[in-house]
Design a protein around this ligand. Structure first.
Ligand SMILES: [Zn+2]
Length: 60
């Protein structure tokens, strides 16, 4: 039961303000390990898709 705001949205590991940055696309923290990785891009897309549920057609 971690605080979502203190968890990397890519790897789900606990983070602090010292070892993470805010991903402004999804407004969630991302740790330095995941920052600028393909995994971040993928998780970003997934998070964005879930936020935009019902807004974007899923025809890919
Ligand atoms: Zn991470």
């Amino acid at each position: 039961m971690g605080d979502l705001k203190n968890t990397c949205f890519v790897c789900k590991q606990p983070v602090s303000s010292e070892n993470s940055e805010l991903n402004t696309t999804v407004n969630l923290p991302v740790c330095v390990e995941c920052k600028s990785t393909d995994a971040e891009k993928k998780a970003e897309k997934e998070a964005f898709d879930s936020l935009a549920d019902g807004f974007v057609c899923g025809c890919i």
